[in-house]
Design a protein around this ligand. Structure first.
Ligand code: 5GP
Length: 115
């Protein structure tokens, strides 16, 4: 078994971090290095999937649950509009290989909207 991911360690209380939303299968935290006024991470509890491609192929329902939570959080923490980003692969900036969605919202700057 490999070590638990940083996200799992936050969820289980092994390292500090607030769980801002949680369902049976999915949870959300604030990104430690926000790139937008609202920058949240939505994460499935299972670590089985390393990236969104693997997740979509194996369990599209779980991906749908992540997207539903992203929408709810954007409505709760911003005006309901949001950008959803899944970095996939190290060369695309992925650093944590436990699939997660970045939810960016709250009045994005021009440079963030062009990215
Ligand atoms: P990736 O680069 O894999 O798409 O996204 C990983 C994200 O996790 C990064 O945006 C990074 O800031 C965030 N992150 C890494 N370590 C921690 C942590 O200990 N706590 C929180 N809240 N976010 C983290």
């Amino acid at each position: 078994m490999s070590e638990p991911s940083v996200f799992t360690r936050i969820r289980t209380g092994d390292i500090p971090g607030e769980i801002i939303s949680e369902t049976e299968n999915v949870f959300a935290i604030r990104d430690i290095a926000p790139q937008a006024p609202v920058h949240l991470l939505v994460i499935p509890k299972t670590e089985r999937y390393r990236n969104v491609g693997e997740l979509a192929a194996a369990d599209p329902g779980l991906l749908g649950e992540m997207i539903a939570m992203a929408g709810s959080l954007a409505a709760e923490h911003a005006d309901g509009d949001y950008r959803l980003v899944f970095n996939t692969g190290a060369n695309a900036g992925q650093t944590v290989f436990h699939v997660h969605a970045h939810v960016l919202a709250g009045g994005l700057e021009e440079k963030e909207l062009r990215a």
